[in-house]
Design a binder for this molecule. Structure first.
Ligand SMILES: Nc1nc2c(ncn2[C@@H]2O[C@H](COP(=O)(O)OP(=O)(O)O)[C@@H](O)[C@H]2O)c(=O)[nH]1
Ligand SMILES: [Mg+2]
Length: 153
């Protein structure tokens, strides 16, 4: 099924100069980047984005970290994009992530795992609406999509 997902390169990925490699892999896989911007997340946005983790022991560290520097926020589209992007990311803990995944290749520590991706289509729509206005999301088809997908969508 055609899906949208919210994807983000976290401040550690930006500071470590990994933006280009992460974007390259997303594009090479065939996902459409329909919105992308560098932003500094506010505390309110961070608490809303990570609402499911309120009350957990790592919540304040997580909010402090995600608001500590710039992130690159994206809307990605493609067939089964939510699960597909999560597979590309690997497990939450980079130590448990297979080599070949973003977290498996680019991270070591659970709290500095480089990327975020929505865990369900409902989360994706919720997270996209926190960070993007509808007019920021481009309505276009990548010219190579006819080679990524053999049949009409
Ligand atoms: N310090 C710390 N950070 C955690 C822990 N669990 C999760 N996190 C961080 O919180 C983020 C959100 O957690 P979660 O939604 O469970 O994982 P994700 O969906 O794979 O990003 C993760 O990406 C980690 O960076 C933990 O036990 N300790
Ligand atoms: Mg999550």
């Amino acid at each position: 099924m055609w899906e949208r997902t919210y994807f983000m390169i976290k401040p550690d990925g930006v500071h470590r100069g990994l933006v280009g490699d992460v974007v390259r892999r997303i594009e090479a896989k065939g996902y459409r980047i329909s919105a992308m911007k560098m932003i500094r997340i506010t505390g309110d946005e961070a608490r809303e984005h990570y609402a499911e983790h309120v009350g957990k022991h790592f919540f304040s560290d997580l909010v402090g970290f995600i608001t500590s520097g710039p992130v690159v926020a994206m809307v990605l589209e493609g067939e089964d994009a939510v699960e597909g992007v999560r597979k590309m990311m690997g497990s939450t803990d980079p130590k448990a992530s297979a080599p070949g995944t973003l977290r498996g290749d680019l991270g070591i520590n659970l709290s500095r795992n480089v990327v975020h991706g929505s865990d369900s289509p409902a989360s994706a729509e919720r997270e996209i609406s926190i960070f993007f206005e509808p007019g920021e999301i481009m309505d276009f088809t990548r010219n190579d999509e006819k080679w990524v997908y053999p049949e009409e969508k």
